[in-house]
Design a protein around this ligand. Structure first.
Ligand SMILES: [Zn+2]
Ligand SMILES: [Zn+2]
Length: 248
């Protein structure tokens, strides 16, 4: 299994980072976690084939996580009719409606064979011959005193687990603890909390490896400082950059 961090910026793109998007490659099939812009361009630049994209999983409706969807859908639309149908999981019905309306307004509505859009519910949301994906409700919007759904995802593949936290709340009271009922790689956002708080949470869990994404400006300049501020931890800590690959 391979993780490719296509885009690793916090909420705004920077000089060196595009918005959130990570690919998981399992047995040659691709699964996309977050669809920040310009995700289709980044896939093309790194030589990934849209024919292999089986699933898209978006944690919440903020534009830095869904902004690449119209371009991605255009690229999916160009696949041959016998290509795999992509399952696209979005956090809210209004997100589905908005993306559908936007793509419709650009007169590039997808064919029936191209993709299926579904609204996420907590629990198992996807299973195929390669992976199983479970969604855990988080509370990212509490940072703005709002209440909309946001999700973390646990992926089980080949006896391994990878957890994508999505964006979280400042105090990490919504950290998806239940996803760590077995050893797991933690692919975690590094923007909305102080690392000391994360260190206290993670040190009690069977985290095998920490890979940081959604990197704040502070930790972009000082990745070693992030790892140090976590406090004592037994797992390796890496902060990802755009276009990095990790063998998991
Ligand atoms: Zn974000
Ligand atoms: Zn967000």
């Amino acid at each position: 299994m391979r993780l490719i961090t296509l885009g690793t910026a916090h909420g705004n793109p920077t000089l060196t980072r595009f918005n959130s998007a990570s690919l998981l490659e399992v047995n040659g099939a691709l699964y996309l976690f977050e669809a920040g812009a310009p995700v289709n361009a980044l896939m093309i630049r790194q030589g990934f084939d849209f024919d292999s994209l089986h699933g898209v999983f978006v944690s919440h409706a903020h534009e830095d996580h869904i902004g690449g969807l119209p371009g991605l859908i255009k690229s999916l639309n160009k696949r041959p009719e016998n290509a795999v149908k992509t399952a696209v999981f979005l956090p809210e019905q209004q997100t589905v409606d908005a993306v559908t309306a936007f793509v419709g307004a650009t007169h590039r509505m997808w064919g029936e064979h191209v993709l299926d859009m579904k609204v996420i519910c907590p629990g198992e949301i996807f299973r195929d011959e390669n992976i199983r994906v479970t969604a855990y409700l988080t509370d990212h919007f509490s940072n703005e005193n709002k209440s909309f759904p946001s999700y973390a995802f646990a992926v089980d593949a080949g006896g391994k687990r990878v957890v994508f936290t999505g964006d979280l709340s400042r105090k990490l009271e919504d950290f998806p603890l239940a996803a760590f009922d077995r050893p797991a790689v933690c692919v975690m956002e590094c923007q909305h909390y102080r690392p000391e708080i994360a260190g206290a949470v993670l040190s009690k869990l069977p985290v095998s490896r920490f890979i940081g994404v959604h990197i704040s400006d502070k930790w972009d300049k000082d990745p070693a400082g992030f790892a140090a501020a976590l406090g004592e931890h037994r797992f390796p800590v890496e902060l990802a950059a755009d276009a990095m690959e990790f063998e998991l």
